[in-house]
Write a protein that binds this ligand. Structure first.
Ligand code: NAD
Ligand code: TYD
Length: 343
C-alpha cells in the first residue's frame, strides 16, 4: 500500500504513522504536514532513517503540493489528520480552522478523486454531534449539531466526504472518535496540560464546575480503529469510535493529582468555555460489529502509562511549549507574575 498521511507530525497522526510502520511492514508512508505549532518532527524520531517513511513539509490547502505528491508517488490511499484541533483557539480566531479543516479537506478529496485514489479516510470527531444530556450516546445517525467553530469546520469536512462518496463514487470514509489521550499530545489539551501543571506544582485550571463529561480513548486504540477503517471500511460510511469510558473532568483531574502525589489544592475553577459541550459519549457498536474493533487499553492503565511518558519526556514538553505557546498560555489563562491563573 502506498499511503499518504496528512497531519502525521501531530499527536494522533504521528502515533498512527508509527502504528502503520509496526503493523504493516510492507506499506510505504508519505507524511505531508505543515508543521504548525502542533506538529513536531520529534514525534517521529523513532522512524528516522526508515526508508518506508518520507516526510514532506507542506500545506493540504496547497493543491499543487497535494497533486504532486499523490501523482508522483502513485498514492493509493489517503488518511487525513491535518487540522486545527483546539476548541479554545477556534473560539479566539476561527479563520484558520475554516482554511485547514474545510478547504484543506476539500483539496484532498478533490485531488484524490481526480487522481484515482482508492480509499480515503477523514479522521473526524464526535464533537460534530454537539452536546448530550445526562443519558444516551452518539450513534452515526445522531443529527450533526456542532457548537464550536472547530466542530462546525470538522462537520463541514465530514459532509464533503459524504457528498464525494455519493456524487462521485469516491472511496471516502469518515470516522468520528471521542477524546484521545496518550504520548505526544500537545499540552494545550486538557490531559497533558493537567499532567504538566501538576508535575510543576502549577495551578490546574478547571472550566466551569468541572462536571462536563468526556469519553476517553487511548490513542493506540484509535489508531487500530483507523487502520481497520482504512482497509475494510465501507465507502460513504461513518464509523463512531469510542471506548465507553466516560469521566467527569474534575474526576480525571483528581485522579491525575493522586497519581502524581499532588494536593487537590492545586485545582482552580476558572471561567467556563463559551458554548462548552456538557457531555460526549460514543456508541461504537457499528465499528465493533462490522470491522471487529474493540478497545484494549483500560483507562487507569493507559493513564498511568501516559503520566509516565510525560515524566520521562520532560524535554519534549519543554521543547514544544517554548516560544509562542508561552504567550498563548499566559493570555488564555491570564496568568499573573506568581504563575496563578486568573481567567
Ligand atoms: P494535532 O493538533 O496534534 O495535530 C494536527 C497536525 O496537523 C499537526 O501536525 C499540524 O502541523 C498539522 N496541520 C494543521 N494544519 C495543516 C495544514 N493546513 N496542512 C498540513 N498539515 C496541517 O491534532 P490531533 O489531536 O492529532 O488530531 C488529529 C485529527 O484527529 C484532527 O483532524 C482532529 O480533528 C481529529 N480528532 C482528534 C481527537 C483528539 O482527541 N485529539 C479526537 C477525535 C478526532
Ligand atoms: P480539551 O482537551 O480541550 O478537549 P475537547 O474540548 O475537544 O473535548 O478539553 C477536554 C475537557 O476539559 C473539556 O470539557 C474542557 C476541559 N478543560 C478544562 O477544564 N481546562 C482546560 O484548561 C482545558 C484545556 C480543558
Amino acid at each position: 500500500m502506498r499511503l499518504l498521511v496528512t497531519g502525521g507530525a501531530g499527536f494522533i497522526g504521528s502515533n498512527f504513522v508509527l502504528h502503520v510502520l509496526r503493523e504493516r511492514p510492507a506499506w510505504r508512508v508519505w507524511n505531508l504536514d505543515k508543521l504548525t505549532y502542533a506538529g513536531n518532527l520529534e514525534n517521529l524520531a523513532s522512524a528516522r532513517g526508515d526508508p518506508r517513511h518520507q516526510f514532506i513539509k507542506g500545506d493540504i490547502c496547497d493543491a499543487a503540493v497535494v497533486e504532486r505528491t499523490i501523482a508522483d508517488q502513485g498514492i493509493e490511499a489517503v488518511i487525513n489528520f491535518a487540522a486545527e484541533t483546539h476548541v479554545d483557539r477556534s473560539i479566539a480566531d476561527s479563520e484558520v480552522f475554516i482554511r485547514s479543516n474545510v478547504l484543506g479537506a476539500h483539496v484532498l478529496l478533490d485531488v484524490g478523486r481526480r487522481r484515482g485514489v482508492k480509499r480515503h479516510v477523514q479522521v473526524g470527531t464526535d464533537e460534530v454531534y454537539g452536546s448530550l444530556g445526562e443519558t444516551g450516546c452518539f450513534t452515526e445517525e445522531t443529527p450533526l449539531a456542532p457548537n464550536s467553530p472547530y466542530a462546525a469546520a470538522k462537520a463541514a469536512a465530514d459532509l464533503l466526504c459524504r457528498a464525494f462518496a455519493r456524487t462521485h463514487g469516491y472511496g471516502a470514509i469518515v470516522t468520528r472518535c471521542s477524546n484521545n489521550y496518550g504520548p505526544f499530545q500537545f499540552p494545550e489539551k486538557m490531559l497533558p496540560l493537567m499532567i504538566a501543571n501538576a508535575m510543576h506544582d502549577r495551578q490546574l485550571p478547571v472550566y466551569g464546575d468541572g462536571m462536563n463529561v468526556r469519553d476517553w480513548l487511548h490513542v493506540e486504540d484509535h489508531c487500530a480503529a483507523l487502520l481497520l477503517a482504512l482497509e475494510r471500511g465501507r465507502p460513504g460510511e461513518v464509523y463512531n469510535v469510542g471506548g465507553k469510558n466516560e469521566w467527569r473532568n474534575l474526576d480525571v483531574v483528581k485522579l491525575v493529582l493522586r497519581r502524581l502525589g499532588k494536593p487537590e489544592s492545586l485545582i482552580r475553577f476558572v471561567a467556563d468555555r463559551p458554548g462548552h459541550d456538557r457531555r460526549y459519549a460514543i456508541d461504537p457498536s457499528k465499528i465493533m460489529a462490522e470491522l471487529g474493533w474493540a478497545p484494549r487499553v483500560a483507562f487507569e492503565e493507559g493513564l498511568s502509562r501516559t503520566i509516565a511518558w510525560y515524566r520521562e519526556n520532560a524535554a519534549w514538553v519543554a521543547n514544544v511549549t517554548s516560544g509562542a505557546y508561552q504567550d498563548y498560555y499566559r493570555a488564555m489563562y491570564q496568568v499573573d507574575e506568581q504563575g496563578r491563573v486568573r481567567r
